[in-house]
Design a binder for this molecule. Structure first.
Ligand code: SAM
Ligand code: SF4
Length: 328
């Protein structure tokens, strides 16, 4: 059985973008009220007294948009300084990154993934649902700041939507030619905006690779990292190309992660809502961390049965949380 040692922690469900593929168009999201969010202290207690003792050592901070979380730099510092933290990373849309990239690095963050679905300002604004507000440049500045500060690896996440940004696949892949960046194409999933998924469909990693191979060639030697991406390289390029193919290829067998929502729900599988534990309510009602450890251990034991394995992700059915609420 795969060791589950990686926790994705959503710091906040709010977001300053409204990406088409992540949030239902025009939807009124019921944001978690401030008093329902795990406090910094509660989160640190859970990490130190529950997650680390049961074997988690790698943490990714995500959102919504994690940089909207008050005191995010201090929180990064507190998690990074725990001796058992082997790896701390963040997934962000990069909009608020430039001014605090150095502070995050100094606080101990070393790995960062930034979502960048387009190199065209207009297409970008269309995707993030803030048309006319010129946000692309500010995100690009965030990426440049992260690069200058020394985040390594610097990863860019791309979700390809047919008819929206699929004409940019080669331009996005070309970013790796003379930069040591990792551009990762994530297959669009029907979570968050099923309507768009139904209308537009999705592009498989194999199709994307074929486009890139036709233009430059692509190394056959497939490296499998610790995560779900299959990693390739354009011959002679400095950076790499990753493909996350959860729609076309089931990788539940090698799933090494769980997800903690900003309001303290521990979720064992992205594609199955079964088995979740409300850790925050338990903690606030006086359940001891020793008891919580037992509950999490039990969840780890039964996770293989909960994993979505072998089913068609196109039929994930009704979802009570959007991707921005789960954290991706
Ligand atoms: N706001 C941050 C960001 O955009 O990077 C972090 C949260 S976001 C939910 C995490 C990741 O989930 C992003 O890389 C985003 O592209 C991805 N994502 C969101 N909705 C998705 C969908 N329907 N299918 C595939 N990936 C999705
Ligand atoms: Fe916000 Fe990230 Fe979702 Fe875009 S993908 S709406 S930036 S949470």
């Amino acid at each position: 059985m795969n060791q589950v040692d990686y926790l994705r922690i959503s710091l906040i469900d709010r977001c300053n973008f409204r990406c088409q593929y992540c949030m239902p168009e025009g939807a009124e999201l019921n944001y978690i009220l401030k008093q329902q969010l795990l406090t910094d202290e509660e989160l640190l207690t859970l990490i130190q007294e529950v997650f680390i003792p049961v074997g988690f050592s790698r943490f990714r901070l995500t959102g919504g948009e994690p940089l909207l979380r008050p005191h995010v730099v201090e929180l990064v510092g507190a998690i990074a300084s725990l001796p058992q933290t082997q790896d701390l990373s963040m997934t962000t849309n990069g909009f608020l990154l430039a001014p605090i990239a150095q502070k995050l690095y100094d606080a101990g963050l070393r790995r960062i993934n930034i979502s960048l679905d387009s190199l065209e300002a207009d297409t970008f604004d269309l995707i993030i649902g803030n048309r006319g507000r010129g946000r692309w440049q500010q995100v690009w500045d965030g990426i440049q700041a992260a690069h200058r500060v020394g985040f390594d690896p610097l990863k860019l996440n791309v979700v390809v939507i047919p008819g929206v940004n699929d004409h940019e696949v080669l331009n996005l892949a070309a970013l790796t030619l003379d930069r040591n960046w990792h551009v990762r194409f994530i297959e669009f999933m029907p979570i968050g905006n099923e309507q768009l998924f139904g209308d537009r469909g999705w592009v498989t990693s194999a199709q994307l690779r074929q486009q890139i191979r036709d233009r430059w060639g692509l190394t056959d030697s497939q490296v499998r990292g610790a995560g779900p991406a299959d990693v390739f390289q354009i011959p002679g390029a400095k950076g790499t190309l990753g493909f996350i193919s959860q729609m076309s290829e089931c990788f539940c067998d090698r799933c090494n992660r769980m997800r903690l929502s900003a309001d303290g729900w521990l979720r064992p599988c992205l594609l199955n809502e079964a088995g979740q534990i409300d850790l925050k309510t338990a903690l606030r009602s006086g359940v001891s961390t020793a008891q919580l450890r037992e509950q999490v251990k039990h969840l780890l034991d039964i996770k293989p049965e909960i994993n979505f394995k072998g089913r068609d992700p196109g039929t994930v059915g009704t979802y009570t949380r959007t991707m921005s609420q789960i954290g991706g």
